[in-house]
Design a protein around this ligand. Structure first.
Ligand SMILES: Nc1ncnc2c1ncn2[C@@H]1O[C@H](COP(=O)(O)OP(=O)(O)OP(=O)(O)O)[C@@H](O)[C@H]1O
Length: 245
């Protein structure tokens, strides 16, 4: 693949919290328009990795480029092209759904219409509800809406569908498929194998902070001789944790 086909590049990323090595020499490249799944056990370093890519955490060492921008230095430019949904959205509790999306809408030069975003995440009938009155799943969908409203070229979704009901989950998958059709690059942190198989072109598998596999879902299954992605996950993770304990 040509260099210009690269949307996200992380090289030798490391991050330590006190004695905990959260991310240990992780390198990966995400092609333009690719959907990369980031998988791993709880505490494997997935969120820390995507936070470093988003510029929300500073790596101890290593290099990140998102569309050629350095998240540590080019913050303002990065905000225009990167949409981030993180596990804990910090949104103003007293504002309504429309007000919140409208607020973020105003930050971007070519945003999606607010109505379109509401439709995409299924919050049209909640548009006048204050954030604090939304259910957990609705708040999560609002954080996804906020990530998408600026028509970003790269999107980071951290646990897109965790805690969502089956119908809403499918709606979120359709939203990601729409992004795929638009050529948007997506990093998707997930624990849901069905979701990963359906959406992801490739998967980066982290185990105790290290990248232990980077392949297509089918490649991971074939490479481990497992019956399915769930079994491949189990085969590829856990050994380092046992080694360290
Ligand atoms: N702010 C922090 N301070 C100290 N340790 C942290 C902090 N954030 C994460 N860690 C530790 O770093 C490691 C990696 O955490 P991280 O949240 O990146 O994992 P994860 O793969 O996203 O986990 P999960 O699937 O549970 O969300 C864990 O051991 C975690 O306890």
């Amino acid at each position: 693949m040509e260099e210009t086909d690269t949307a996200v590049e992380a090289a030798n990323l490391r991050k330590r919290y006190g004695d905990t090595v959260a991310v240990d020499d992780v390198s990966l490249r995400v092609g333009t328009g690719e959907i990369l799944g980031i998988l791993g056990s709880n505490g494997a370093g997935k969120t820390t990795t995507v936070e470093m890519i988003a510029g929300l955490r500073t790596p101890d060492s290593g290099r990140v480029r998102v569309l050629g921008l350095d998240p540590g230095r080019d913050r303002a430019r990065l905000r225009q092209v990167l949409g981030v949904q993180l596990q804990e959205a910090q949104l103003h509790h007293a504002l309504t759904v429309t007000e919140l999306i409208g607020l973020f809408h105003s930050f971007y030069p070519h945003p999606r219409p607010v109505g379109e975003v509401l439709e995409l995440v299924g919050l049209t009938d909640r548009r006048t509800t204050r954030f604090e009155k939304l259910s957990g799943g609705q708040q999560q969908r609002l954080s996804i809406a906020v990530a998408l409203v600026g028509r970003p070229r790269v999107v980071i979704l951290d646990e897109l569908t965790t805690g969502l009901d089956p119908r809403t989950r499918r709606r979120m998958w359709a939203a990601v498929e729409r992004l795929r059709d638009e050529g948007v690059t997506v990093l998707l942190v997930s624990h849901a194998m069905e979701e990963v198989e359906r959406l992801c072109d490739r998967v980066a598998l982290l185990d105790s902070g290290r990248l232990v596999a980077l392949d297509t879902p089918a490649g991971l299954v074939a490479g481990t001789g497992a019956a399915n992605l769930d079994d491949a996950f189990v085969a590829l993770t856990g050994s380092r944790a046992e080694e360290l304990s």
